[in-house]
Design a protein around this ligand. Sequence first.
Ligand SMILES: Cc1cc2nc3c(=O)[nH]c(=O)nc-3n(C[C@H](O)[C@H](O)[C@H](O)COP(=O)(O)OP(=O)(O)OC[C@H]3O[C@@H](n4cnc5c(N)ncnc54)[C@H](O)[C@@H]3O)c2cc1C
Length: 493
Amino acid sequence: MLPPPDSYESVPVLIVGAGIAGLSAAWRMEGAGFRDYVLLEMENEVGGTSRSGANAISPFPWGAHYVPAPTREVKALVRLLDEAGVMEGYDAKGEPIFAEQHLIHAPEERIFEKGQWWEGLYLHLGESPEEKRQYKTFFDEVDRWTRWRDRQGRRAFTLPRFRGSDAPEVRALDRLSFAQWLDERGLTSERLRWFLDYACRDDFGGRLETVSAWAGLFYYASRKEGPGEESRPLLTWPEGNGFLVNHLKGCCADRVRTGMAATRISPVEGGIEVAAWDARQGRAVGWRARKVVFAGPVAMAGRLIPQLAQARGKTHFQAFQASPWMVANLTLKARPRETGFPVAWDNVIRDSSGLGYVVATHQTPHDRGPTVWTYYHPFTGESIRSEWIRMLTLDPAACRDLILGDLRRVHPDIDACVTRIDIMRWAHAMVRPRVGLLWGPELELARQPFMGIHFAHSDLSGFALFEEAQDHGLRAAEEVLGALGLSGNSWRS
Ligand SMILES: Cc1cc2nc3c(=O)[nH]c(=O)nc-3n(C[C@H](O)[C@H](O)[C@H](O)COP(=O)(O)OP(=O)(O)OC[C@H]3O[C@@H](n4cnc5c(N)ncnc54)[C@H](O)[C@@H]3O)c2cc1C
């Protein structure tokens, strides 16, 4: 049991958690000219699962590594990218033009299958006519949903999701798994199902059988402007979305207190008391605020705010299950041997429980010599608890064996090239959009403010993406600014 703070410092607004949601809340307050806030972060660095690291060779991501280039409708992200110098301007239709160096350079993706590398993530080589038909059927369905509009003219799937339709036929997609939805359409092709399952593992840390059909279709339909069109191009940086974290941090750095873990949040007469543990000083510290933005995971809110836990009940918090992920940054002194299509930004191995690796130096002109690879491994088993234990009980040697064992199959001389492996294990990496979560009562309730505490985290969308975390940060900040009589135009998309 931690000792209570000796005294409390007063501040009008306290933000807890400096991931994308918390940083976006701070960014919004700064945008309103409101600076009477403090932002607490328990880690020594801000950014949460979007933060980055660096070594002598290159910066590298520790988690999130790209965003789809937004259209003008995704107002908040366009505003941020413009501010961060990623854009060159707007075209005649008002659509953003992105600077070439931030768009992913070709080749974007490749897959290792049948003993060599191939371009893209779906190998058409050797496809039977039936497999071809099923592939087309699936993408015709995606096109149908891309074209679809509800009575108010809203699309079914948008980024961020709050702009999308809540029509009954859209909500119905949340009541069955993606696997059931494919079964209903006779989409049984192993090739197609592997490809779609890969997308579920990559974006949601889940599987075809556990994520909802809504989530599965969202992945494809939200990234296309219209039927038959390509998905939006992607924006990336050597440090991944750490690039955007660094920009957001620059807007509020003097308000941030790192190494400060909130340990208890208690609504009291006239405000909210927040106790925190100052890891550097080794002592409890306290704040008394008029408003709090809690920008940590939903389950964490249940542990830190006893009144909230009591009011909402245990099963409410159990609805938010997050997949654990291991991310490793491998430093290579030279490139390993390989066969087939040349190295791409994203390099995926077909028969692997990992997701492959992203090359941090891909956007630089050097395609030989030293580099850094970011290797991703989600723990996608159905029982989150067992997966969490499985990940946390892997010692460093077991992590190294898992990673190099996987890579040796595609690069036999990888051991001779790797000089260092740095590993991050994320216990709460990504909330899983399991069947029933996205349109269920828990999500709706979790977004509601509670006794002066406003909530902001990607958990509140039911899946973890930059646009969602940003939107919740802006929403919570605008709720607070409104309550303080400072409301202006919304920055939300
Ligand atoms: C491996 C991986 C890859 C990903 N790739 C992508 C990608 O390419 N593109 C994309 O858009 N998204 C990606 N994501 C999703 C990414 O998580 C989101 O884009 C976004 O960063 C989530 O931000 P958040 O603020 O909602 O949450 P978090 O990142 O969870 O941030 C919460 C913050 O709150 C802090 N905190 C928690 N409790 C406390 C406390 N008690 N006191 C103080 N601070 C506290 C945490 O330390 C953390 O900094 C990826 C995620 C992972 C794990």
